[in-house]
Design a protein around this ligand. Structure first.
Ligand SMILES: [Fe+2]
Length: 761
């Protein structure tokens, strides 16, 4: 309710939507306001709008002679998670103090005290990067967390290359079943449990951004993810109806703890209305198109210019609410907020080399090609502004190519409107010339970053991907000691940790005439044990991967054949010079699902051919506590290599052939067996540098059978390049059925680039 007026004609600031219109909201009355004897409690009920069709009210008055226990009514939820700190928030209906405990793997919990308040907030400091922490809030009269659902992971250090998964929602704050269907379509996608960040593009709490609407549209429906993943918001026009940005007050500001002093990276903005932060190799900028001036010389644009000038991240992503281009339920030709952002903000962003802009407000999905310099109305888009008119699709026109890793002025930007995460509008033709890819569909966006590649997918409320594109930057084929990055994947920043880096400006780790995927400790080359230069681009946690891989397969029930669903998602990159083969070996893996990328630069008119030789050597092992009763066999699946070259997919299959079928009996173990070698070749006549990405997959099915049940501890493992025993197996005193030699075993790939012979004469 407004605090400045009363009376029957006064409208409530916000209304209630289902299910909140039939729920009790708990309020407490300060006992000191009561008098001995008769007390009168007066309540007035107001409509939020004159044409609302219903009005209901019910009241339950509870009296307590002791203080009732507080109830958690919001959260807990994560805010401002950096590499070394995190902010944890929660709300209770009554003031309560709390101790917050948090612990990384194997750590004794650290406890932090939160003084009595209904708005609980603690900053957890001295955290380790990329570390998973469990937390628990032990409050005065309540407990929250302390279970596997209440965990979070700190960010990678700024600049590090890590696979990132970001969920982007626009205009999501209705709390309706429609919003829930979009939410569930994302949360049931494979890998959604590994989401690193949530971006909300404004109108996070319909209809007026009230406190209760933040609960109904944001904190309740997204509670399951917000307790583990930090949300980074921006202010929508609906959210702005209940706030004062000059005073930094109101439900939006109450709900979020956002960086104002550059504490998450970037330049200090001095306000929660707009801010920036770094996460791994991405710089994010959140602008306020709803309640802050976007005029030239305004504080926001002055700060934005300074922030981008200080930015050297691989990727720069800006987001705010009002789209600079849209022909959906809002028209960017005529609506002043949209026009202002386009004409005043875009020149700053594009001059600073921003890669991607995300906005909401129009209730549909609209997306541009790669372009630059289009600051007028929709009819002013000129061909020269379009840097790549393709769809950017990895399976069609190919990824949009950026010319440089570092922010480069006017190197092209992609603009995306995501305003249908809860409401879909039928108005607007969705025909903006700069936004040729549009869908009048509910949905949200999955944004993934793999080192120098950015993939964006629009996923509708059925879980179907309706649009996708990629942005590709040149690969870091010549890592330097000066970039404060662990280029060789050995877990330590190259300088000063690596002996190859004599000083911070040294580029001593190159060249990469040979390239190997790293194993968990070092790179090895062929039969040599000498460390060689290694590069692991977009490094996943290989230690973790290895642990997953070593589990291999297990069969507790003979009738339930184990499946191998392991993956090694490494990407290695290198320049591929004509005639100079690159050899790479993946050791310590069992099943194979990984990709290798090469940068191929072909001069004009040179046809080229890439020859790939591949084999896979390994063994099938079996262990049984009752030797002689169990057998295992493997039916090798195909090993498929796929080359994605300039948007064209070349696919071929090289056989992974053991002596078929490969089978062993318990006690025999170690059916070491080289698999067959095949070569595959592709050719292409297109010109210029491009990435060639090979993905190798094998899906061998291991089947274990038990002749004399029960076969407790029966386990079969298909191993490849795994030195030593298989740790973690439970059966008996299994010593390992032989020792794999990482120099002999593993998946070996040799790639040679050939160019066409010179024409005779
Ligand atoms: Fe809006």
């Amino acid at each position: 309710m407004p605090t400045t007026s009363s009376g029957q004609s006064v409208r409530a600031l916000g209304g209630l939507i289902a299910p909140y219109e039939t729920r009790f909201e708990r309020r407490s009355i300060d006992p000191t306001e009561l008098v001995i004897g008769l007390n009168t409690l007066a309540v007035s009920v107001h409509q939020a709008s004159a044409n609302s069709g219903d009005l209901g009210f019910d009241l339950l008055l509870d009296g307590w002679d002791v203080a009732p226990p507080p109830v958690v009514t919001r959260g807990p939820y994560l805010q401002r998670v950096t590499a070394t700190s995190a902010t944890l928030r929660w709300r209770t209906d009554l003031p309560a103090s709390a101790f917050v405990g948090y612990a990384g793997p194997g750590e004794t919990p650290t406890w932090v005290f939160a003084p009595s308040s209904t708005e609980g907030e603690v900053v957890l400091g001295d955290l380790q990067p990329e570390t998973r922490y469990e937390y628990e809030i032990a409050g005065s009269g309540f407990v929250a967390g302390g279970d596997p659902d209440h965990v979070f992971e700190t960010a990678p250090l700024a600049g590090e290359h890590r696979p990132l998964r970001i969920w982007v929602l626009g205009d999501s704050g209705t709390g309706t079943q429609t919003a829930a269907s979009v939410r569930d379509a994302y949360l049931t996608q494979p890998g959604s449990e590994d989401t690193d960040l949530v971006l909300m593009l404004g109108d996070n709490a319909y209809l007026r951004g009230t406190d209760l609407e933040h609960r109904a549209g944001l904190f309740d429906p997204y509670a399951s993810i917000l307790r583990s993943v930090p949300v980074w918001p921006t202010i929508g026009n609906h959210d702005a109806l209940s706030i004062s940005t000059p005073l930094q007050s109101g439900p939006y500001y109450d709900a979020f703890s956002l960086p104002t002093a550059g504490e998450a990276g970037g330049v200090a903005s001095g306000t929660e209305a707009y801010y920036s932060f770094d996460h791994a190799n991405v710089h994010f900028v959140s602008l306020d198109s709803s309640s802050s001036s976007s005029q030239p010389g305004s504080p926001m644009l002055t700060w934005l210019t300074a922030d981008l000038a200080a930015n050297a991240a691989d990727w720069t992503i800006a987001f705010w609410h009002h789209p600079p281009y849209s022909k959906g339920s809002h028209d960017s030709n005529s609506e002043s907020w949209l026009v202002a952002m386009r004409t005043n903000v875009l020149p700053i962003l594009e001059a600073a080399g921003v890669d991607l802009v995300l906005a909401g407000h129009s209730h549909a999905y609209e997306r541009s090609m790669l372009f630059d310099g289009h600051y007028g109305a929709s009819g002013t888009l000129l061909p020269g502004m379009v840097l790549d008119s393709g769809d950017g699709g990895p399976g069609s026109d190919g990824a949009y190519q950026k010319s440089s890793i570092v922010p480069t002025p006017h190197s092209g930007t992609v603009y995306v409107v995501i305003g249908s995460s809860a409401t879909l509008s039928q108005s607007g033709a969705l025909d903006h010339p700069a936004l040729p890819f549009a869908a009048r569909s509910l949905g949200s966006v999955l944004l993934e970053i793999f080192g120098h590649r950015l993939d964006l997918r629009f996923i509708d409320e059925q879980g179907v991907t309706l649009d996708r594109f990629s942005l590709q930057k040149p690969m870091a084929h010549s890592p330097e000691c000066s970039d404060s990055v662990d280029n060789d994947g050995d877990g330590a920043t190259d300088f000063p940790a690596d002996s190859e880096c004599s000083d911070a400006s040294d580029v001593g780790e190159s060249p990469f005439s040979n390239l190997q995927l790293v194993d968990d400790s070092r790179c090895t080359l062929g039969g040599s044990s000498q460390p060689v230069p290694c590069l692991d681009e977009a490094t996943p946690d290989l230690l973790e991967t290895r642990q997953q891989l070593e589990v291999a397969s297990r069969a507790s029930e003979p009738a339930d054949p184990p499946s191998l669903t392991l993956r090694l998602a490494s990407i290695a990159v290198a320049d591929l010079e004509p005639g100079s083969p690159i050899e790479t070996r993946v050791s310590a893996n069992v099943a194979v699902d990984y990709s290798i990328a090469f940068l191929v630069d072909v001069a004009a008119d040179e046809a080229w051919q890439l020859v790939v030789e591949s084999d896979w050597r390994g063994a099938l092992d079996i262990v049984d506590d009752d030797p002689g009763t169990a057998t295992a066999r493997v039916e090798p699946g195909p090993l498929t290599g796929t080359i994605d070259s300039t948007g064209q997919i070349y696919a071929g299959t090289t056989a992974l052939l053991a002596p078929t079928p490969l089978s062993v009996s318990a006690g025999s173990g170690d059916a070491s067996s080289p698999f067959d070698r095949r070569s595959i070749a592709w050719s292409d006549a297109s010109i210029g540098p491009r990435e060639v990405r090979l993905r190798f997959r094998a899906s061998p099915a291991v089947e274990s059978t038990c002749a004399a049940a029960p076969c407790a501890g029966l386990e079969a493992a298909l191993r490849s390049g795994l030195a030593g025993t298989l740790p973690g197996l439970s059966a008996g005193s299994y010593p390992g059925a032989g020792t794999r030699n990482p120099d002999d075993d593993g998946h070996f790939v040799k790639a040679t680039l050939l160019t066409a012979p010179e024409p005779a004469g």
